[in-house]
Design a protein around this ligand. Structure first.
Ligand code: SAH
Length: 394
């Protein structure tokens, strides 16, 4: 087994079971380690620390498979996948939901592997050198344990490039006629295009928040900004929202939103799908003196790296302040950030600053997170990227 030796004192995070080794922590390695090859990691004192996958092009040079000296083979992946599925059984009621995340990378001790279930189709992302190396084995196990009709790969995320891997998309197993799958969630149906949709097709991470928003929506006028294919809007309509306005900048996406409203038999006079830029549309609505009872802001990832954090913060503050000014008295604002680099503290501060600039007082009603199937372990808090706040206008 090839060997990697760390600099003195650089084993600290591993002793706390954090699964990443950065290039700067490494003192020496054996020669010619291949992309994703299994390596054994030792401290400067020659103590065994962990077994991991080597990624020669990435800043994260090793991702840990295990902290014990075990063999990494098919049996290892079988056990890991079984345990990931058991966790989902404990947090998901599969009578109500047939679409959720089955494997969440580091938090399921399978770094770089994402598997989402959309009814009987699986969508996978292999975003680390180690996961890529074991792809065929992983597919075999998914077929054996889950018997899906098809497995589709959406390894077209940018992060793959950091691992020296090219973006890829395509069928890995089975056959489907089109990229469209219909999923069920709390008696609602959503059309998901797994070939072209965002992420692996749908914002499964917002599932629990769809339910929460739906519970607040009865009789309310709702403005659903960055609506994507209508998720929050349909959940709100299902609980008798008075009217929903969805805003998104993409025609193609709004066409699916329209079909999703029809699929759930929501009367046409209950919703409007508006193609617009949220930044300018909120200003326009303000100039028209429009008001809403409940506003949702769920923008795309504004923060791409540390250098864009300030600019992104200004973007968040801008739309949050405008949305606050569009609320009726006692109105509710659900505001989200899916940027991992945006800390909950900074997000709270942005919301507080926006309220001051809007000249309105708000109370915090609830804090929101990603759905529990998007597992976060205590040793790997980086898994937690989605955060939201529900505030109420005084
Ligand atoms: N809330 C959605 C997910 C939002 S994803 C859900 O839960 O399903 C972000 C969406 O914002 C995408 O659909 C994208 O097309 C849209 N978008 C990005 N920039 C935009 C802008 N400036 N104005 C309007 N929509 C935008």
């Amino acid at each position: 087994m090839k060997k990697v030796v760390l600099h003195k004192g650089r084993e600290k995070s591993l002793l706390r079971k954090h699964p990443w080794i950065f290039s700067g922590a490494i003192n020496s390695t054996d020669d010619n380690i291949e992309l994703g090859e299994t390596v054994h990691i030792f401290s400067a004192n020659n103590n065994f620390l962990c077994v991991g996958a080597y990624s020669p092009h990435s800043q994260i040079r090793v991702r840990v498979w295990d902290f014990n000296q075990i063999d990494i083979n098919k049996n290892f992946f079988e056990e890991r996948i079984k345990s990931a599925l058991n966790f989902r059984k404990s947090v998901i009621d599969d009578k109500k939901y047939n679409a959720y995340r089955l494997i969440n990378s580091e938090s399921d001790s399978l770094p770089g592997l994402i598997v989402d279930k959309y009814n009987d189709v699986l969508v996978c992302q292999f975003i680390s050198a180690g996961a890529e190396r074991w792809k065929q084995t992983i597919i075999e196990i998914l077929v054996e344990q889950l018997e899906p009709t098809a497995i589709y790969e959406r390894s077209d995320a940018d992060v793959r490039q950091k691992e020296g891997l090219k973006p890829v998309k395509g069928m890995l197993f089975g056959k489907i006629d089109s990229g469209e799958v219909i999923i069920q969630e709390d008696n609602l149906s959503y059309i998901v295009n797994i070939f072209t949709g965002h992420k692996t097709g749908f914002y499964l991470d917002q599932r629990e928040n769809r339910k929460i928003i739906s519970e607040y929506s009865k009789g309310k006028t709702v403005l659903n900004c960055f609506s994507y294919t209508g998720g929050f809007g349909i959940a709100a309509a299902a609980n008798q929202a008075e009217h929903i306005t969805n805003i998104d900048s993409s025609d193609e996406i709004l066409t699916i939103a329209e079909r999703n409203f029809q699929l759930n038999k929501i009367p046409e006079n209950k919703f409007t799908n508006l193609k617009a830029d949220v930044f300018s549309e909120l200003r326009k609505l303000k100039s028209e003196d429009r008001k809403f009872d409940l506003i949702i802001l769920d923008p795309p990832k504004f923060v791409e790296g540390k250098s864009s954090l300030n600019k992104a913060s200004r973007g968040y503050k801008d739309i949050i302040m405008l949305a606050m000014q569009l609320l009726n008295e006692n109105g509710l604002l659900f505001t989200f950030s899916c940027s991992g680099l945006m800390t909950p503290e900074l997000f709270n501060k942005i919301i507080a600053d926006a309220a001051i600039d809007a000249g309105i007082n708000f109370s915090i009603i609830d804090r929101l997170w990603q759905s529990t199937d998007h597992r976060v372990t205590t040793c790997f808090p980086e898994s937690l990227y989605l955060k939201g706040l529900l505030v109420k206008r005084d």
